[in-house]
Design a protein around this ligand. Sequence first.
Ligand SMILES: [Mg+2]
Length: 164
Amino acid sequence: MNSLIRITWESNLPIYEISQSELQKKGIQCLLIDIDGTLVSRKSTKIANAVKKWISESKKYFSLYLISNNPSKKRIAKIAKELKLKYKYNASKPRKNVTLSAIKEVGFESKNIAIIGDRIFTDIIVGNRCNIKTILVKRLNRDGFPIKFNLTLKIEKLISFFIK
Ligand SMILES: [Mg+2]
């Protein structure tokens, strides 16, 4: 498979159902987390209780860092503040610069870092370009539930099939 679209773990789960012990078994100590679609719906800043709980539990085991492509500092800062996490906004994934600066800042070895996101062409590709692990999760709707039909992902997978 093309190494740029390699997914270390295609979970088929929303982020809050990802098991912390499974992540530890994969050697992960640090998580770079996408925001829109992964932690909240793109149309809302409301963070579901399940997400809040997962984040606070994950803080016990991992170093967490939010990395969003969203250009609105206001939106991203609000979410990061509520979760009490460091963040980067306007990250231009799959470009490497911003993600690499976060990787440098956290100070873990690449093999112990994973990026979690809901998109192949941004989150997964930037993870591979930065040589870290990649985890694909289900996109969340406004109510914090995984969406049933993800057209973006279907299209990304179709294109991925042809660039393999
Ligand atoms: Mg996203």
